[in-house]
Design a protein around this ligand. Structure first.
Ligand SMILES: [Fe+2]
Ligand SMILES: [Fe+2]
Length: 348
């Protein structure tokens, strides 16, 4: 994959060149273009789109740009105006600065294809959240009706959430989801966003981020069979109600296991996201090494999301208090992972 990098200043060019040093990259300044006739697979452009001269220079390029399948614009301002300007200049992807290196490299991984322009709106938290909620609704109704679950649709919605998190950050995501979505949908969207951000903060590879967001989207699918009156009960659950809720990992696993193309990793995450390292979790009382890394990350994201949720009967717990709860779960959660989760919980 040959990448063409264009920037308006030597500093920006140097920074990008360094970030992409392991790729086949050719760099040049926007004011001194000489390579535009060459055949590239990807072009990455870093230029301030509030500067009219830059817009004119890029407009002059736009015909030749259209032959490059993936055209990534890095824009300085987190506004729809800058995004629209970049799209008008031929961008297939718009990333906001500071750009998460993992996200940029993700777009340059083999197998990533250009999404149509109209899909760009999915990078906005509200749009990604709506797409995610629609996907969760359809998988819940599939479980209720015993019909097949569309794995591709769930992956796509997860990818839109991942892109939104990488571009706009976790805080925007949490606020958007808590404002517009309720109950189990809100919970699944929060867990997905938090798990993705956790993965990005650890510099995980795109394929692992995809595993994480797919597992997170599916993790509570078994709750489709638990009555809403119990799921949304404001007070304390009695033993019978608690036992019913605790069936959801197994119910989810059973509902998904015959889904076409579902992987054992995803099934494992659905079944075991309530297991603890000391064996005190459910449904199988797994301990230690028998709990996979991706499941441990999902469990931390799941507990944190449950604590900071906005519900009709409960105020969301502040993020720092929720992180203290995770830290207090010594022996049950992996300490180094909880430590690594700190920036996600508090700052990102
Ligand atoms: Fe769960
Ligand atoms: Fe959950």
């Amino acid at each position: 994959m040959l990448v063409h990098v264009i920037a308006e200043t030597p500093e920006k060019l140097h920074k990008l060149g360094k970030l992409l040093e392991h790729k086949h990259v050719e760099c040049e300044l926007l004011s001194q273009l000489g390579l535009v006739g060459k055949s590239f697979d990807v072009i990455v452009i870093d230029a301030d789109l509030r500067v009219p001269k830059n817009i004119l220079d890029l407009k002059a390029l736009s015909n030749r740009l259209s032959h490059i399948p993936i055209r990534i614009f890095l824009v300085d301002q987190r506004t729809r105006l800058c995004q629209v300007q970049a799209l008008a200049l031929g961008a297939t992807h718009v990333l906001f600065k500071p750009v998460e290196p993992a996200l940029l490299l993700w777009h340059l991984s083999p197998g990533q294809s250009a999404r149509p322009l109209t899909d760009q709106s999915h990078a906005w938290p509200a749009d990604a959240a709506s797409e995610g909620a629609a996907s969760i609704a359809s998988m819940f109704s599939a479980v209720l009706s015993g019909g097949p679950t569309d794995l591709r649709n769930v992956r796509q919605a997860g990818e839109a959430i991942a892109q939104s998190i990488a571009e706009h950050g976790l805080t925007d995501w949490l606020n958007t989801v808590r404002r517009h979505h309720e109950g189990t949908y809100q919970h699944c969207l929060l867990v997905t966003g938090i798990a993705v951000d956790f993965g990005l903060s650890l510099g995980m590879k795109p394929l692992d981020i995809e595993r994480l967001h797919t597992a997170a989207m599916f993790h509570d699918i078994g709750k489709a069979r638990v009555p809403l009156a119990i799921l949304d009960k404001p007070g304390k659950l009695d033993d019978l109600e608690r036992a019913l809720i605790e069936t959801h990992p197994e119910v989810g696993y059973e509902a998904l296991k015959s889904t076409r193309d579902i992987t054992t990793e995803i099934l494992d995450a659905v079944r075991h996201h309530h297991e603890y390292l000391d064996g005190s979790g459910y449904p199988d009382g797994l301990c230690g090494d028998s709990i996979a890394d991706i499941v441990r990350m999902l469990t931390i994201s799941d507990i944190f999301a449950a604590l900071i949720e906005q519900r009709a009967y409960k105020q969301p717990m502040p993020r720092d208090n929720a992180y203290d709860v995770l830290r207090s779960m010594k022996g049950r959660l992996e300490k180094p992972l909880v430590d690594a989760f700190r920036p996600v919980a508090l700052h990102r």
